[in-house]
Design a protein around this ligand. Structure first.
Ligand code: SF4
Length: 310
């Protein structure tokens, strides 16, 4: 398989076939981000013949339920369809035509593949017409993971995310209209010291106008090679304490009025949590309260300081 650098995928794509469609990020300007720093280029698109050879190779170990001999010969129930996750920070930035060529290629080798997911930026959705979004859904694209990070416009602007809260709401409405499902990544701590609760409030205000299947919270972990670290040294920005980050997450969980799965599953989270809102709001809040009171700042900070890699 052709994989370039560290491959990042959401925790819930663990069973998906990871196929490299792009490497790096078209934006690569968020001040806190060091995810793709190891790459000598900003963004690269995989050639179709390279992807084809990966699909051919994957056939040997990632079985397509439709091609399973026991299913065909012995009438055993077919396992659920396979899903492909396109690697790269934002393969959804590719032109719709190219994304459809990729889905056609995937189907040639994995006929039972019904859905294709990838990371996407809000701006990648904005660059598609409504007709293109509908065609992409028809081609199997759904379950996009969008790192919105926050609905706090001041934080989005300071961190150079390249869009505002109203863009998140507007572009997600277009995904809803095209029936393309999506999940969000939220970044606790992005609003900075003393602003976490307000950041959570602004985020819930935006999220409550959208329909994500899941909101996954990650916690800001600042590395010395990030632009944000330099901003801190220059006295332009201050980091929240770990307890503040958890209070921010509590405010987020309290303020979400939409039915949604809430999860904290990535390595940036010292404690893994998952629950359904609104049904499990009480349990989630109790767990967050217990992290704040029972683990405390020192041990939470110690986890973060020792987190050498996300
Ligand atoms: S869009 Fe995502 S991958 Fe790209 S720089 Fe920002 S945080 Fe990093």
């Amino acid at each position: 398989m052709h994989y370039t650098g560290t491959i990042w995928r959401p925790p819930y794509e663990a069973d998906s076939l990871i196929l490299e469609a792009t490497a790096g990020c078209t934006h690569r300007a968020c001040k806190f981000c060091t995810l793709y720093d190891e790459l000598p280029f900003k963004f690269k698109v995989s050639e179709l013949p390279t992807m084809e050879s990966d699909l051919l190779e994957a056939q040997a170990w990632f079985h397509d339920p439709l091609s399973k001999i026991e299913t065909r010969l012995f009438g055993l129930p077919a396992p659920k369809h396979c899903r492909v996750f396109l690697a790269g920070a934002n393969p959804f930035a590719l032109k719709a035509k190219r994304l459809i060529e990729i889905s056609d290629l995937i189907r040639e080798y994995f006929p039972s593949c019904k859905t294709i997911g990838c990371f996407a930026r809000v701006t990648d959705v904005a660059s598609k017409t409504d007709d293109e979004l509908a065609a992409l859904r028809e081609a199997g694209y759904t379950g996009l993971t969008i790192g919105i990070e926050t609905g706090d416009d001041a934080a989005l602007a300071f961190m150079n995310k390249g869009y505002a809260a109203q863009d998140i709401v507007a572009q997600c409405a277009r995904l809803d209209a095209a029936d393309i499902a999506y999940a969000f990544f939220y970044l606790a701590g992005i609003s900075g010291k003393g602003r976490g609760i307000e950041g959570a409030r602004l985020t819930t205000a935006a999220c409550n106008q959208t329909r994500p299947s899941l909101i996954g919270a990650n916690m800001l972990t600042i590395y010395k090679n990030s632009e944000l670290y330099q901003e801190i040294l220059d006295g332009n920005w201050e980091e929240e304490t770990e307890i503040e980050k958890y209070q921010e997450i509590k405010a987020l969980v309290e303020g979400l009025e939409i039915p949604v799965e809430f999860a904290m599953l990535g390595a940036s989270n010292p404690v893994m949590l998952q629950g359904r809102l609104p049904e499990q709001r009480g349990q989630l809040l109790a767990a967050l309260e217990s992290i704040i009171n029972d683990i405390g700042e020192y041990r939470l900070r110690s986890y973060r300081t020792n987190l050498r890699h996300l």
